[in-house]
Ligand binder design. Sequence first.
Ligand code: ADP
Ligand code: ASP
Ligand code: MG
Length: 406
Amino acid sequence: MLIVQKYGGTSVGNIDRIRAVAERVVKRREERHGIVIVVSAMAGETDRFIDIAGELTGKPNERDMDMLLSSGEIVSASLLSIAINSMGYNAIALTGMQAGIITNTSHTKAKIEDIRAGRVKEAVDSGYIPVIAGFQGITEDFSDITTLGRGGSDLTAVAIASFLKADICEIYTDVDGVYTTDPGIVDKARKLEKISYDEMLELASLGAKVLQARSVEFAKKYEVPIVVRSSFNYSPGTLVVKEDSDMEKVVVSGVACDKNQAKITIRDVPDRPGIAAGLFQSVASNNIVVDMIVQNISSDGKFTDISFTVPKTDAKSALNITKQITGELGAGEATVLEDIAKISIVGVGMRTHSGVAAKMFKTLSDNSINIMMISTSEIKISCIISLKYTELAVRVLHDIFELEKE
Ligand code: ADP
Ligand code: ASP
Ligand code: MG
């Protein structure tokens, strides 16, 4: 068997943890499997680098940031390789560039354009255990280091697994699988034996950080089988696989929350064709991704209100752009609200069951939680609520849809 294993930040968080991971790897190697390792930076390192850069300037250069952040994964890959080598096995530490992760030039959120992992394959074929620094790549002309967005080591692992046609991509983290919701919020959260790519993609995109959303998208596209497991025990974990007929029987599979959104509201926007187009074109041309949008009906036919959400990190620039446009349009005041959260329920069974949205809204209202915005897709319903009710909302929704039960 050929296995790609990815170890997250907590799993390689200190020297004892690195040694423990090296022992796990070696044990697996003893079973005569080909093994490729991908690692994250040691827990907290990426955030620490971001904070240090932030002390120097409010807006660090993104190319410089990628160079800085990529160093975290280089350290952990080197240390793990040293640990494995010291146990008498052959490991070889590789940077993203050496592993052939070729990306576009979008610093801090680069997309993988090509995987030229011939060197990784050769190393495996000659009995080595490659230990690859996750989260990083190199531009096509080999001139600049890039990073793949937060949580991007998951994507490195899936990409390498797809290139090598590995039998499985094992994602090792600090929980022993994908749960019905964040087990850090709800004690009763239940570990899922398996979940479909589509549901996992929605959960990840809606805030469940156990897997990076882009890694799930990639895995779905290239049908890379993933298992999420704990590096602290040997429990079997959760399989992320293609949907099967059983899965539709379950209406709601999981609840997710995202506290990284901000809401911008513009009052008294002239109600005529082209206004929304102009506004959102400007926001998009500044590389800000808008998520939810709500436009009220105007009672007098002349003015309306528009609200939309953006990532919190983009809130300031989105507000500035919006203010500029409202000035040009003669619209009213633009304001930003940062104390919000997006709470979502996800399940492929929603395609075939009715009344799910009504149940969600009633449960929130029974708990005096006001819904500011709503958006739906075939397999998810999301609501924007006040930040302070996030945990309560997750708990009551988890209860009402009986997610603790099999
Ligand atoms: P790593 O550093 O290993 O990549 P992350 O912190 O990125 O780990 O992801 C693991 C965390 O994801 C868990 O500690 C858990 O709090 C959180 N999480 C959020 N939603 C879920 C979920 N539905 N199932 C499991 N974990 C979840
Ligand atoms: N170290 C990076 C981060 O913290 C990438 C990763 O952990 O996957 O986002
Ligand atoms: Mg992660």
